[in-house]
Design a protein around this ligand. Structure first.
Ligand code: UDP
Ligand code: MG
Length: 318
């Protein structure tokens, strides 16, 4: 049987603190997988430098020179996790049969790779890594993250609960991913749309062993909002439903006030009227903002700007 070539794609943004340890652990894993005949000797770990401004790229170059199973890619500037990952996936699929994506901080248990490969060899083309428990996450991270998945489902986005971007995909699936041209990238929403046989592997998520999270609350909220507005028009539908309900209510209240006036009972005070007007104009402004967000997205999509620019591919030099 021909052994499959595996590429592990790892986006790195200012990860000088973790690269050495990550390399040590992934090297062991690669050697083990090759030795046991699970993957080809041509398999590689591909670090993607996402425009870091610390020593990350220098480290990646050194590792790539020294270590057989390691290679690297550098983007021309920082483009964010999703775009860096996409750059890695699109490049890796040219060399590999199987591609796994994971973070540089090894929060995702690399021992899940064995089971992922097993599911792949059993016929699955996408294997999602799913966090079984989030015991080691802080209460805040766990609650916000889990609410995020629930809210996404409520908004009608088809995503795998508690799955981030730790996943195995076949080359075939990535060929299809290439046909999704969106600039507002939310990868974990796209893969379920591609289809094919999928499987899930559960793992325990660890703490980041060094360095700091590159996803502070503000970025997380942006990411969630991006995910919703890129995959669902439910917020716009909600505005429409709200408008309809409010129109009906206003009509009923109009009739009530006319009757009250006819029987000469005291009606609304001016204070209530002002609050009501302010409340409604506030609401309308928010709604226009939400619709504006969708228009802004459409504007960005129509420009069709490249999602990443690769300035260096060490695989080509090797
Ligand atoms: N990352 C990236 N570009 C960015 C931000 C993050 O490539 O602009 C990478 C980062 O190096 C890491 C992964 O994305 O490999 C996930 O980031 P992090 O671990 O900081 O996020 P968290 O696990 O805290 O959500
Ligand atoms: Mg992390």
């Amino acid at each position: 049987m021909k052994k499959e070539i595996l590429y592990i794609v790892v986006p790195c943004y200012n990860e000088e603190a973790v690269l050495e340890e990550t390399t040590k652990q992934l090297k062991k894993k690669m050697e083990y997988l090759v030795k046991n005949g699970l993957i080809s000797d041509e398999s590689r770990v591909m670090y993607v430098n996402d425009g870091s401004n610390d020593k990350t790229w220098k480290l990646i170059e050194d590792i790539s020179n020294k270590e057989k199973y390691f290679t690297g890619l550098s983007l021309s500037r920082n483009r964010g996790h999703q775009n860096a990952l996409l750059a890695g996936l699109m490049t890796a699929k040219e060399y590999a049969d199987i591609i796994i994506s994971m973070d540089a901080d090894l929060q995702d248990d690399i021992n899940a790779i064995d089971e992922m490969l097993k599911k792949y060899y059993d016929g699955s083309e996408i294997v999602y890594g799913v966090r079984s428990a989030r015991k080691k996450d802080t209460w805040f991270k766990r609650t916000t993250a889990e609410s995020f998945y629930k809210f996404m489902s409520m908004m009608g986005v088809d995503i795998v609960f508690n799955h981030a971007d730790y996943r195995l995909t076949s080359k075939n699936v990535l060929e299809h991913l290439e046909e999704f041209n969106e600039v507002n990238l939310f990868l974990r929403g796209i893969f379920p749309l591609i289809g094919y046989k999928t499987a899930i592997v559960y793992y325990e998520r660890n703490e980041r062993f060094a360095g700091v999270s590159k996803y502070p609350l503000k970025k997380m909220l942006n990411f969630a909002w991006d995910g919703i507005t890129s995959f669902s028009v439910k917020p716009i539908r909600f505005i429409l439903s709200f408008g309809i309900v409010f129109t009906i209510l206003s009509f009923i209240s109009l009739i009530v006030f006319i009757i009250l006036n006819l029987v000469k009972l005291k009606t609304l005070s001016i204070g209530t009227l002002i609050s009501l007007i302010c409340f409604l104009s506030g609401l309308q402004t928010i709604f226009i903002g939400i619709i504006g967000e969708y228009i802004g997205k459409t504007y960005n999509e129509t420009k069709r700007r490249p999602r990443f620019i690769i300035s260096k591919n060490l695989n080509e030099d090797k």
